[in-house]
Design a protein around this ligand. Structure first.
Ligand SMILES: Nc1nc2c(c(=O)[nH]1)N[C@H]1C(S)=C(S)[C@@H](COP(=O)(O)OP(=O)(O)OC[C@H]3O[C@@H](n4cnc5c(=O)[nH]c(N)nc54)[C@H](O)[C@@H]3O)O[C@H]1N2
Ligand SMILES: Nc1nc2c(c(=O)[nH]1)N[C@H]1C(S)=C(S)[C@@H](COP(=O)(O)OP(=O)(O)OC[C@H]3O[C@@H](n4cnc5c(=O)[nH]c(N)nc54)[C@H](O)[C@@H]3O)O[C@H]1N2
Ligand code: SF4
Ligand SMILES: [Mo]
Length: 724
């Protein structure tokens, strides 16, 4: 921190997406003068994307809230923290006294995961609420990955990461890392890492209903009909077993259920699935053979696979393809990290490894996972009267009106709440419904450590980011807000012994830094609970402003298995049972099952956009309208549409109007609209975003479409029609 007129360089990690790029921020007289990639960062090697530069816009955004506000008939009025905390605690308590603990629900959004204070201290608030109605962005995202890890490896956070720096064959399904910068695969500068695979003679194949920016730099791209990847993966396994290409090697010694898989896949021949997937049988065979024949290979399935009707099966099958070919827990394959803050090990030891279907939602009977319910059920749980109805909501760092299916319905539900509080920096499409908003400090005003993304990184790394600016006067960090609410509410719902235990723990560690130091010292590089001279400590990390590289990923199985059997479970019962649903759907499938909804809608991420919340930065949104519907030329001709024309797009749940962009990068029969736009709602306070409003994809996605196994939203392949 400085106030001199000299230019100083501040090094930190950009926390906007999962890539953890090192950045250098030059500051003069308390003002940011430039933001650039940090070439000395051991991991990101100077790479950044345009979003990093917008960190300064977030910092100085006049629309960003800097003190608590209360909604009144005449607009938002400033209130003191004391009054805000008091009101929130009183209102939540009132609702719970009258209707029971579950009448208060919570929704946790994505930026919580990018903020170490929230990750560490948010759960205390949720515990103190004592409600079963917890929701988060996980169930519109990576939930099926967690389910597969929980059932196969015994821990929901034991997520295998593609070792792309050493692989000879990278099969990418339903991910567009060149634009998203990688997900469940923290790999800064990912485009160059992918290009390097080809430079060293390896192969890159992309399976996607759109010829994406990643497909552009791959050897091969296969169009696939949205929502049908589970059949493709089954057929790949069928080929591998039928042609004796399976070679699990050392994994065999500690894997159960592989013989059952051989049986399960027999009916799913490439010929049987070619029609539904849109991929010719011979290409499926060639792909399976090439993958199994490569020296090392990794299959990676990301959000395009997890947010579909068979999302759970998809992520299980991705793991199986890697396992069966001996590429799980092997260099160049799909590997596990050993992070300095070892959340997997810590929670593994304390028994917090995950949970599945311990209970179900009241209205639709959807399963709990990891203590949460699927967010596709949130609106109906608020709107459906009866015992157990949700009456109040605590939202933090989330914008579910734009980010969850059928946002229109959720919006209507939020209007019906008795009380809502949001911990957020903006008055946006969701928080405008809150009675009180508690705004935390901005990203440059607090220190950070990527507790989550080091667990998901392609190398073992550690990096600490100090605060750049002193927080504005009378502001609170996220963790301080969570903690204050915990203190005021904990008496109600927590058993006294638990309250005492938590209070003692909080007193010991004080804040997130204390927890961090404890985690390093007791972690795999710290020298087990001792004051080790050689081990990693927070102090040492603070002296390494460009991060510390702890080496490539190393094989760790069977030691790091958390299953009761201490074996990999290749054929967990819930997945095996769900294959029947897949078999039946294949039987009843025909191209015309969607009536006059004759197109399938998918989403799309964009480099200068970050889910729903960075459209208030002019430098990111300026230029031509990017919220357009991509459509294949054949589909346009059939409907007599011309480039740039505005059309109405209708789904079962809603209608939007948007411009079309005719392009052969789409698979015929599939259209694409980016998510996170639609800043047209009244009452939001996002001046720039309102000028570049766009429309919301989630006004079309259907809350009824879920993977019934995991409860995850099926956002891919929404049946729509164009009305013009
Ligand atoms: N610039 C930018 N970066 C981001 C984000 C952002 O909003 N903007 N968001 C961040 C977040 S929160 C996440 S979770 C990650 C996500 O990271 P990615 O998973 O890489 O995200 P997408 O770019 O949406 O890629 C999904 C791909 O799946 C394809 N797809 C859609 N349906 C199907 C299908 O049925 N089958 C197959 N095989 N493919 C399908 C889509 O065409 C798309 O190319 O990105 C993160 N990074
Ligand atoms: N159709 C469709 N829908 C999708 C997706 C898709 O691909 N297609 N992607 C899904 C995915 S992967 C995700 S992760 C979700 C994201 O869904 P959400 O997490 O619900 O939405 P975001 O747009 O990330 O909104 C983040 C909110 O956090 C606030 N915020 C930012 N930083 C901070 C902070 O430090 N502290 C606090 N307290 N608040 C902060 C912002 O103002 C904003 O209100 O969207 C999902 N929705
Ligand atoms: S790729 Fe992600 S981490 Fe890197 S600069 Fe862009 S937003 Fe930040
Ligand atoms: Mo996400």
């Amino acid at each position: 921190m400085t106030t001199t007129s000299q230019t100083i360089s501040h090094f930190r990690t950009c926390n906007l997406c999962e890539a953890m790029c090192g950045i250098e921020i030059k500051v003069q007289d308390g003002q940011v003068v430039s933001i650039a990639g940090d070439r000395q960062d051991s991991f990101s090697r100077g790479h950044i994307c345009p979003k990093a530069v917008a960190l300064q816009d977030l910092h100085s955004d006049p629309d960003r809230l800097r003190h608590p506000v209360r909604r009144t008939a005449d607009g938002w009025e400033r209130i003191s923290w004391e009054e805000a905390f008091d009101t929130v605690a009183t209102k939540l308590r009132e609702v719970q006294m009258k209707h029971g603990p579950d009448a208060v629900a919570s929704y946790s959004g994505n930026p919580n995961v990018h903020n170490y204070g929230s990750i560490m201290f948010g759960p205390f608030l949720l515990r103190s609420l004592g409600t079963k109605n917890k929701f988060s962005a996980t169930s519109v995202d990576q939930l099926p990955h967690h389910l597969a890890s929980f059932l196969m490896f015994g821990h929901q956070l034991a997520l295998p990461i593609p070792d792309i720096d050493r692989t000879d064959f990278f099969l990418i399904m339903g991910g567009n890392p060149v634009v998203s910068n990688g997900s469940l695969m923290t790999a800064p500068d990912v485009a160059n890492r992918i290009k390097d695979i080809r430079k060293r003679g390896g192969k890159v194949v992309v399976v996607d209903p759109r010829k994406t920016e990643t497909a552009e730099i791959a050897d091969e791209h296969l169009f696939i009909r949205p929502g049908t990847d589970a059949w493709l993966l089954m057929a790949m396994l069928q080929v591998m077993f039928a042609e004796n290409l399976e070679k699990p090697g050392r994994l065999l010694e500690f894997t159960s259920g592989l013989e059952q898989i051989r049986e399960l896949v027999t009916a799913f021949t490439p010929e049987a699935v070619a029609g539904v997937t849109g991929i010719p049988a011979e290409r499926i065979r060639t792909l399976a053979r090439a993958f199994a024949g490569a020296k090392t290979a990794v299959c990676y399935g990301r959000i395009g696979l997890s947010t579909q009707e068979f999302g759970g099966l998809c992520q299980w099958l991705v793991n199986l393809v890697n396992l069966v070919t001996g590429n799980l827990d092997a260099p160049g394959g799909s590997m596990f990290t050993l992070p300095a803050f070892d959340t997997v090990g810590i929670s593994g030891r304390t028994g917090q490894r995950g949970s599945f279907a311990r209970r179900r939602t009241r209205v639709r009977n959807l399963p709990e996972f990891g203590g949460e319910f699927p967010v596709a059920a949130l609106a109906e749980e608020i709107l459906t009267p009866g015992p157990g109805q949700i009456r109040a909501l605590v939202s933090s760092a989330g914008n579910p009106v734009l980010s969850t299916p059928n946002g229109g319905q959720l919006e209507q539900a939020l209007e019906n709440l008795d009380f809502m509080v949001s911990i957020d920096v903006y008055v946006n499409e969701t928080t405008r419904h809150a009675h009180i908003i508690l705004p935390p400090t901005g990203p440059l005003e607090h220190e950070n450590y990527d507790v989550v993304f080091h667990v998901l990184a392609i190398r073992n790394t550690a990096k600490y980011t100090p605060a750049l600016f002193e927080p504005a006067p009378d502001t609170r960090h996220d963790w301080e807000i969570f903690l204050e609410l915990f203190r005021r509410l904990a008496g109600d719902q927590l058993p006294p012994r638990e309250k005492k235990r938590i209070t003692k723990w909080l007193a010991k560690h004080k804040g997130p830094e204390g927890v961090l130091d404890w985690a390093f010292r007791s972690g795999p590089y710290g020298g087990r609970f001792k004051q080790s001279a050689t081990g990693l400590t927070l102090g040492k990390l603070k002296n390494a402003p460009h991060g510390i590289d702890l080496g490539p990923l190393v094989p760790c199985l069977p030691k790091r298995l958390f299953t009761p059997s201490k074996r990999i479970e290749a054929a967990p019962e819930p997945f095996v049972a769900d294959v029947e649903r897949l078999r039946l759907r294949l039987q009843e499938w025909s191209a015309s099952t969607n009536g006059d909804f004759d197109l399938l809608l998918i989403g799309r991420r964009q480099l200068r956009s970050n889910n729903s919340w960075m459209h208030n930065s002019f430098r990111l949104v300026k230029g031509k309208d990017r919220c357009t519907l991509l459509i294949h030329p054949e589909d346009a001709v059939k409907r007599q549409l011309t480039q740039g024309q505005t059309v109405r797009v209708a789904s079962r749940v809603g209608t939007i109007q948007t411009k079309i962009d005719i392009t052969a990068e789409m698979m015929p029969g599939v259209v694409s609209l980016p998510h996170g736009w639609g800043h047209t709602r009244p009452g939001i306070k996002l001046q720039t975003a309102q000028e570049f409003a766009g429309v919301s994809l989630n006004d079309l996605t259907d809350h009824a479409a879920v993977d019934t196994l995991s409860g995850n939203a099926a956002l891919c392949g929404v049946p729509v029609r164009i009305e013009n």
